[in-house]
Design a protein around this ligand. Structure first.
Ligand code: KIV
Ligand code: ZN
Length: 517
């Protein structure tokens, strides 16, 4: 089957907006800039950079991404409110190609319980807010929130109003992840057929994964005539998440026989993008996740391994290198020099400044002393940890833990708090509890621990542990990660990383909620 330009599907990435809305996934400005850079480089057509009215931080992130993005359109989200639209227009005006994405609910349940508006009132709101957006910028996307629980008849009237007011993209989201592929496809077919001037806009899918059908629904929407897919790296997003970008792009590439579409995304960037987003959001990727999971290209059983050795196509429908997976390689040992280390980092996609490079190299040497084999994954974990902690006000300096059957377990911890070294001892119900109690005794705070997770970075008993910690205080959530061959050191680093982020986020909301003594 041949493809024409009409078969081109635009990829709209909303990792930095819908993805960041997942509780605990918020990211720093630096992290957002790094993610936007890789999305731009990988060929994503539209980057939804944030929700400018939501906070000054969000506004600043959209402005900075708009200024730095070279090829992609940069979109900001706005409710159907003048102040939202104006703020969004102010942020995206810095982009070479900017877009205002405005939305309003259309389903009876939202109109009655959330908005307290009639259908006619919402139609007027659509005309008013799309017109206002078009007065600020030429590229305007309008979304019908909860479209899949709205009647096709009313949806047609809304879409017609939005197109008449100047919307250039019409997004019909499955906001609550309720639709099935057949229903979603039929909805697009009906609307595109019934709305006059439907050819004046590009139709878009936006699917949530509550029933695990987000990717299938998105592709069904494309079969129904949509030519933009809204998705996120790793499927990050509200509740069960959004359709995963890597799955959409690879489904199109791998099954061109039944999905005759094209996208501009270069999949070689996917593994790096996935790691970057997992690190920044603190949401680890499940091992068996399609395309970017650690086991996505691993073959364990004898039959599979035998087949793979004879011909990789026996059990592999995609080549790992196509999505940027490099064969696990033994890198360097303790005799490797700074130059080789820097080259290796460049190979793995990292460019560190002089100070960060120096510190990462010191930690690499330290790791090579303790660990027999140092793999790419070890270096990545170490560098991600370094990037996440560089310049933070609170740091772990030294930790000794006394553990074992005797109890109570005891931790002796030294931390650097705003340039001052503090040492305390604490006991606890187990070594992790003792370590966290020692942190609390140096930096008293009210935050509660809502997640503690440990992963081994590679195999073997000398593997580095990568720990994720999530803290909650004053309605805010933050996640931190730490890596070390010593699980307790990694735990302390992860806890402190989460604390530093929470502190940043609480400033302004409740200064002093997390105070250093
Ligand atoms: O899920 C949804 O409906 C959304 C809209 C704001 C597009 O995220
Ligand atoms: Zn959404």
């Amino acid at each position: 089957m041949t493809t024409t330009s009409n078969d081109h599907v635009r990829i709209f990435d909303t990792t930095l907006r819908d993805g960041e809305q997942s509780p605990g996934a918020s990211m720093t400005l630096d992290e957002k800039l790094q993610i936007a850079e890789i999305l731009d480089e990988m060929g994503v057509d539209i980057i939804e950079a944030g929700f400018p009215i939501a906070s000054n931080g969000d506004f600043e992130a959209v402005c900075e991404i708009a200024k730095n993005t070279k090829n992609s359109v940069v979109a900001g989200l706005a409710r159907a409110i003048h102040a939202d639209i104006d703020r969004c227009g102010e942020a995206v005006k810095y982009a070479e190609k900017g877009r205002i994405h405005t939305f309003v609910s259309t389903s009876p349940i939202h109109l009655q319980h959330q908005m307290n508006k009639t259908q006619d009132e919402v139609l007027d709101i659509i005309t008013d807010t799309v017109t206002r957006s078009r007065n600020l910028i030429d590229d305007v996307e309008w979304s019908a929130m909860d479209a899949t629980r709205t009647s096709v008849e009313y949806l047609c009237r809304c879409v017609e109003a939005a197109i008449r007011a100047g919307a250039t993209t019409i997004n019909l989201p499955d906001t609550v992840g309720y639709a099935t592929p057949d229903e979603y496809k039929s909805m697009f077919e009906a609307i595109i057929e019934q709305v006059p001037d439907s050819d004046k806009a590009t139709f878009s899918v936006h699917c949530h994964d509550d029933l695990g059908m987000a990717v299938a629904n998105s592709l069904a929407g494309v079969a129904g005539g949509a030519r933009q897919v809204e998705c996120t790296i790793n499927g990050l997003g509200e509740r069960a998440g959004n359709a995963a970008l890597e799955e959409i792009v690879m489904a199109i590439r791998t099954r061109g026989d039944v999905l005759p579409y094209t996208s501009s995304v270069d999949p070689k960037f996917m593994t790096r993008a996935s790691k970057l987003v997992a690190g920044a959001s603190g949401f680890a990727v499940q091992y068996n996740k399609a395309i970017v999971g650690k086991n996505a290209f691993a073959h364990e059983s004898g039959i599979h391994q035998d087949g793979m050795l004879k011909n990789a196509e026996t059990y592999e429908i995609m080549r790992p290198e196509d999505v940027g997976v490099k064969a696990t390689s033994l890198v360097m040992g303790k005799h490797s020099g700074r130059h080789a280390f820097k080259d290796k980092l460049r190979d793995l996609g990292y460019e560190l400044g002089d100070n960060a490079l120096q510190e990462a190299f010191r930690r690499f040497k330290d790791l090579a002393d303790r660990k027999k084999h140092v793999y790419d994954e070890d270096i990545e974990a170490l560098v991600e940890d370094e990037i996440a902690t560089a310049g933070e006000p609170i740091k772990v300096i030294a930790l000794t833990v006394i553990a074992g059957t005797g109890g109570p377990q005891k931790a002796i911890l030294t931390m650097d708090v705003n340039g001052r070294h503090e040492t305390r001892e604490a006991t606890g119900d187990g070594p992790v509890d003792a370590t966290f109690n020692a942190i609390k005794s140096i930096v008293p705070h009210e935050a509660t621990l809502s997640l503690y997770q440990v992963h081994a970075v590679t195999e073997g008993t000398d593997a580095q542990a990568e720990v994720s910690v999530r803290l909650e205080a004053g309605g805010r959530i933050s996640t931190g990660k730490g890596a070390d061959t010593d699980t307790l050191v990694a735990s302390a680093r992860a806890y402190v990383a989460a604390m530093n982020r929470l502190n940043l986020r609480m400033q302004g909301a409740n200064p002093g909620a997390l105070q250093a003594v």
